[in-house]
Design a protein around this ligand. Structure first.
Ligand code: CA
Ligand code: CA
Ligand code: CA
Length: 250
């Protein structure tokens, strides 16, 4: 039996269950799964923007300089995620294939997540089209699981999950700092405004902010989604193994 969008009713009920788990983040089923995840993230960011008045002072970024100064802490968090990545990359080929990823998510007791959700997230985060999750893709995937699934990994002695969670919380706050209007996506005006708050006396030249914005807006639709942002952010910060030659910061 099919609904108006051609999706089977059975599939709908699975998604309805997912919706409940996502605490009502999603209000309706979109026929395109990627757009659904984009919409969920957009709503989540809006929700967190509203709640951000309560964030602790050290996460309340007011200038881009206050973000830059935290780059070493972000790298430390990424290194902890790399340890998780390496632990589950059983054949050590530098990627997590879908089976390795499932093992990883199940063994860290993200029990609320089902196979279909993992497949969906895997496709959504696999931005280079390569069959597996590279390290940067894995960081994004884990962050989205943390944000959307309302499910945090069980504490294990091997992994410092509090550090990883703090890292994700801080990434969200950087996004919210850039999202001046609080609508869950970045427009060029937002980014220009945020970057100019770095040093009000010395405004970033227009071409720099324009370049930064273009870098983030992969699909050139004039706005930067959380997913587009986080990939760029990871490459700006650099991860421990390539921190020798990090890309030029904002
Ligand atoms: Ca592998
Ligand atoms: Ca990939
Ligand atoms: Ca975009």
């Amino acid at each position: 039996m099919k609904d108006a969008n051609g999706a089977s009713v059975q599939r709908l009920s699975v998604l309805e269950l997912l919706h409940n788990k996502l605490q009502g983040i999603l209000c309706c089923l979109h026929p395109t799964k990627y757009k659904t995840l984009d919409a969920m993230l957009e709503r989540k960011m809006m929700e967190m923007k509203r709640a951000s008045v309560r964030v602790p002072e050290h996460l309340n970024f007011k200038t881009i300089d206050s973000v830059l100064i935290k780059f070493p802490q972000f790298r430390e968090g990424f290194q902890e995620i790399r340890n998780v990545f390496q632990q589950y990359d059983e054949d050590s080929d530098g990627i997590l294939d879908i089976e390795e990823l499932k093992k990883c998510l199940h063994s860290i007791e993200l029990n609320d997540i089902d196979e279909a959700e993992i497949d969906n997230l895997f496709d959504y985060c696999n931005v280079d089209g390569n069959k597996g999750m590279q390290f940067n893709e894995f960081i994004v995937l884990l962050c989205l699981v943390y944000l959307l699934m309302d499910s945090t990994p069980a504490e294990t002695s091997k992994t410092n999950w509090p550090l990883i969670k703090r890292t994700f919380d801080a990434i969200v706050q950087v996004f919210l700092f850039l999202d001046k209007r609080g609508d869950g996506k970045l427009k060029r005006k937002d980014v220009v405004r945020a970057l100019n708050e770095a040093s009000p006396k010395e405004k970033s030249p227009a071409h720099i902010t324009r370049t930064r914005f273009k870098e983030m807006d992969w699909d050139r639709n004039g706005r930067v989604s959380f997913k587009e942002f986080i990939y760029s952010f990871i490459s700006w910060v650099g991860t421990e193994q390539d921190s020798e030659s990090p890309e030029q910061h904002i």
